[in-house]
Design a protein around this ligand. Structure first.
Ligand SMILES: Cc1cc2nc3c(=O)[nH]c(=O)nc-3n(C[C@H](O)[C@H](O)[C@H](O)COP(=O)(O)OP(=O)(O)OC[C@H]3O[C@@H](n4cnc5c(N)ncnc54)[C@H](O)[C@@H]3O)c2cc1C
Length: 506
């Protein structure tokens, strides 16, 4: 950002946050010719020169939890960009309860999945994945090639009966593209600007339209409103506060940022916070219950290589002797996790011996939102987090299936017991019913005229695939809605024109 940047008095849209939701929304709005100001509390990630194949734990240690950045956490993401499955948009019965129906269907989002796969340069193939939903366009780029050692594992898995498929990845591996399939991708930032994170894929093209301005190191303190109308934002930069006016405000501050900002923006009409009349802001939190497994594929230390190229999705719906959706198994990138773990020396050594000889894989099961799951804030700080409902037996079964799948292919597996919640979603969910959601199906705050939220917090459920592509696809859709160019409207208009055309032709 240019420190001497002169700001307009007013913008068509202020977008707060430059993560996957914010940057992609800004791109779509800029493309439609709207004047947009993106306000980002973080700065550009400073790139420190180093050799591409040296250990990278230091980067994970220093940055992985630091999301105050242009691009947000997507600077470190694994770029696994999956369409959610058709069933994820419907109400689904799980072991511990129900995953809710979305207010839109897969078919509503499908045209945006096509566009966003182009924007994020997704490489993939539906082959070998029977859970892949119908698509109206092919993947823009072919799947990534496996590294030779990974290819050998995939072959043994397939020969032992596993359904292995290519992982869709958003990286610039086109002919002439910048990606060299190095090992420092998943959980690292890309020094070659070859990973299609939100800055590279969406924000830079947004800025290139000439319609989008980015203010870095600028925190939005409050969304300003008058009655049912958002009027702008109160922002703070270098200790100075300033008011910026806008016709539309879009909060894209991620989790927990968007919920926090809505609560901080209370007004006389909305004393409990904007969008919080029914107390849903901060609630209905969910994500993926995730565990790691380490199939040992070498006796000696493995070479540095790009390993994140395959998945096993065949247990997405029910699995053997289990009627409930079960989850996915995915290869992860190489990460020297032992370097940043606070472990006693002998445990660190054991972790290193295993880590250097194994392929890192993880298994993910959907965790369920409840009215209680989410954050409680006091003065803008989270004072309590209630986790989502875990499908515990399902997660245990998936872990056993993952171990068995690799055992059958002839690999011993080290399987720690620790579980984490990945890809958090919810807390500002969209829905039809204002008593159980914050946003309407267009992602506009119920009851308000021009306040939108667009990021991971909008999703009512997480399914069991990575959520990034869906966040970005929804952002393209919200951009079209704001600009009055939604695909369904366009399709309807085209249909009308075609009909009129036929009539005129007669
Ligand atoms: C190591 C790692 C690997 C991952 N791998 C994958 C993967 O392979 N595939 C996948 O789909 N997902 C992955 N994810 C998850 C993915 O990165 C997130 O789901 C996604 O980035 C969330 O996007 P978002 O739009 O919700 O907002 P965020 O990306 O959270 O961005 C919010 C932005 O808003 C800014 N902000 C917040 N509050 C304010 C404020 N008041 N004023 C101004 N700015 C503000 C923040 O600084 C941030 O830049 C991974 C995450 C991590 C950490």
């Amino acid at each position: 950002m240019n420190d001497n940047l002169s700001l307009r008095d007013s913008y068509d849209v202020i977008v707060i946050g430059s993560g996957l939701g914010g940057s992609t929304l800004a791109y779509q709005l800029g493309k439609h010719g709207l004047q947009v100001l993106v306000v980002e509390q973080g700065d550009y990630l400073k790139q420190t020169p180093r050799k591409l194949n040296e250990p990278v734990g230091i980067y994970i240690k220093n940055f992985a939890n630091e999301t105050k950045l242009v691009g947000g956490p997507s600077k470190f993401y694994g770029a696994a960009m999956y369409r959610m499955r058709e069933s994820d948009f419907r109400s689904t019965q799980h072991e511990a309860g129900e995953s809710p129906a979305w207010p839109i269907s897969y078919a509503d989002l499908e045209p945006y999945y096509c566009d966003v796969e182009q924007l994020y340069r997704v490489h993939g193939s539906p082959d070998g994945d029977r859970t892949e939903p119908p698509r109206s366009t092919a993947f823009p780029y072919p799947p990534l090639p496996h590294a030779p050692r990974v290819s050998a594992v995939v072959e043994r898995l397939r020969n032992s009966g596993a359904c292995v498929s290519a992982m869709p990845r958003a990286i610039d591996y086109r002919v002439g593209g910048k990606c060299i399939l190095c090992p420092t991708c998943d959980a690292h930032y890309c020094q070659l600007d070859a990973k299609m994170d939100s800055e590279m894929a969406a924000l830079r093209p947004a800025l290139a339209t000439g319609n989008v301005t980015l203010l870095t190191r600028t925190e939005c303190l409050q969304v300003l409103s008058k009655g049912k109308k958002a009027t702008g934002a109160l922002i703070q930069r270098d200790g100075k506060t300033q008011t910026i006016k806008a016709g539309i405000v879009a909060i894209c501050a991620g989790l927990p940022g968007s919920a926090r900002l809505l609560l901080q923006s209370r007004s006389a009409l909305y004393p409990k916070g904007l969008g919080n009349s029914s107390g849903c802001v901060g609630r209905y939190f969910s994500g993926h219950t995730t565990g790691m497994i380490f199939p040992l594929i070498g006796i000696t230390k493995l070479p540095a290589m790009h390993t994140k190229t395959f998945s096993i999705n065949s247990f997405y719906e029910e699995s053997p002797d289990w009627p409930y959706p079960t989850g996915v198994i995915q290869a992860a990138g190489q990460m020297p996790f032992w370097e940043s773990a606070s472990l006693p020396a002998w445990k660190k050594l054991a972790a290193r011996l295993v880590g250097e000889r194994s392929l890192y894989c993880f298994y993910m099961t959907e965790a369920l939102a409840t009215r209680e799951s989410g954050y409680e804030f006091s003065n803008g700080n989270i004072v309590k987090t209630t986790p989502p409902l875990e499908n515990s037996e399902t997660s245990k079964r998936l872990k056993k299936l993952a171990i068995k799948t690799f055992n059958r292919a002839g690999y011993h597996v080290v399987a720690p017991s620790q579980l984490s919640l990945w890809h958090p979603v919810g807390t500002v969910r969209f829905g039809q019913d204002p008593s159980s959601s914050v946003l309407d199906p267009t992602c506009k705050v119920h009851g308000m005229e021009n306040l939108y939220v667009m990021d991971a917090s909008v999703l009512p459920s997480a399914g069991a695939v990575n959520t990034g592509l869906t966040i970005a696809a929804l952002a393209l859709r919200v951009g079209d809605i704001i600009a009055g160019k939604e695909a369904s409207i366009q399709a309807h208009e085209t249909e009308q024109t075609a009909r009129t055309g036929v009539l005129v032709g007669l």
